[in-house]
Design a protein around this ligand. Sequence first.
Ligand code: ZN
Length: 161
Amino acid sequence: MLTIRQYGDPVLKQATKDVEELDGRLAKLVDDMFETMYEAPGVGLAANQVGVQRRLFVYDVGDGPQVVINPRITETSGEWAFEEGCLSVPGLHWTIIRPNKVHLTGLDLDGNELSIDAEEYQGRVFQHEVDHLEGTLLIERLDEDQRREAMKVLRARTLAD
Ligand code: ZN
């Protein structure tokens, strides 16, 4: 089990670097990330959420555990409103509008190229996780009113700690 970094941790605001070696160490990290994601429980987890500044995320939208190394969203289209939360900002959810369909590229653990068309829920998970890897939290996707409310709650929470 790895510790999930929480809102306010600077590691969540830093863009990650591409993975260069698909080695045993990476495979071990991916295993630990699966365990941490299921324990949380969550449907996606980016490496920097567990303090590792590398570009990869794990997810499970109901088809079992999957990993994408060096993921990139190369195309988006449409629009979809969906209530979104984050393991690094626990207990809070907001309806966020993002593109509905995305095309994601990356590698699997064996170095095979992935090329995935996703929409709705899976497309949302991909966008949320790629955002993490680029140092962007869902707070930055909120509209002005949502963000004002969110900052109030998060500030009160920080003071209570
Ligand atoms: Zn998140």
